[in-house]
Design a protein around this ligand. Structure first.
Ligand code: ADP
Ligand code: ADP
Length: 226
């Protein structure tokens, strides 16, 4: 569960002289439970590729499949985390995680117990009743991670999730994400322009280059991991 396949994907945007490709000839398989990073300079097409996997935009050519089914739009089984948190500001940390659990048909008490456990897993025990506006950037992203994993996603797409955080907070978020990923083994696609971040987190890295965006090199790092 959680195989993501990009097959000869091309994504274009309307430009002044007609459709302009932002991503071209991208074929890539994310095996279930792997952690893949895509690195490359700003504007090379990383976010565009991720947004297509999330179902926010449609490829002009080729297809993206999750467990064999074409992506046709946003799907609650595909988690997405952005740099800007995207928490519900009117809900507490607990309420935000609870929201992701609603589609499973748990009782209120079960949802509460699972949401509390998910927040404890990301180091937010005691912070459950706080609203996003009362939390630091790192803590907000911890809530987003708890919310996403609580929803038992087939795959998790992360677009520069720690880009707004200071270096020290980023370091603690890397440790946290590695631990949570190992515990859940969801398929992760992680976009970053930071090579060190990709090396610390991922078990495979694809390098994208621009004009138009495509993958020019791929590395496997899994041998170095337990
Ligand atoms: P990255 O994530 O690597 O920084 P993006 O995927 O955001 O790159 O952008 C890739 C290219 O597609 C850029 O040239 C960008 O200007 C263009 N682009 C991205 N989104 C749109 C859009 N909604 N409309 C038109 N062009 C876009
Ligand atoms: P981390 O995400 O690793 O905890 P942060 O820099 O986000 O790192 O926060 C460090 C600590 O500072 C937090 O654990 C929290 O106790 C406190 N803190 C920072 N900013 C806030 C805030 N806006 N509201 C409440 N506590 C905060």
């Amino acid at each position: 569960r959680g195989r993501v396949e990009f097959r000869a994907v091309e994504i274009a945007f309307d430009g002044r002289r007609g459709p302009t490709p932002a991503v071209t000839r991208t074929t890539l398989t994310l095996e279930p439970g792997t952690f893949t990073a895509i690195i490359g300079p700003s504007g090379c097409g990383k976010s565009t590729l991720l947004n297509a996997a999330a179902g926010f935009i449609a490829p002009a050519h080729g297809e993206i499949l999750v467990d064999g089914a074409p992506v046709r739009g946003p799907d609650p089984e595909i988690g997405v985390i952005f740099q800007q948190y995207a928490l519900f500001p009117w809900l507490t940390a607990l309420g935000n995680v609870d929201f992701a659990l609603r589609r499973f048909g748990f009782s209120r008490a079960e949802r509460r117990q699972k949401a509390m456990a998910a927040l404890a897993e990301v180091g937010l025990r005691g912070q459950e009743k706080k609203f996003p506006g009362q939390l630091s950037g790192g803590m907000k992203q911890r809530v987003a991670i708890a919310r996403t994993f609580a929803g038992r996603p087939k795959a998790l797409l992360m677009d520069e999730p720690f880009g707004a955080l200071d270096a020290q907070t980023r370091g603690s978020m890397h440790d946290l994400l590695s631990g949570v990923w190992r515990a859940h083994l969801a398929t992760v696609l992680f976009i970053t322009h930071d090579v060190d971040e990709a090396l610390v987190l991922a078990d495979r890295i694809h390098v994208m280059s621009s004009g138009p965006g495509r993958i020019v090199e791929s590395f496997e790092l899994s041998a170095a991991r337990p």
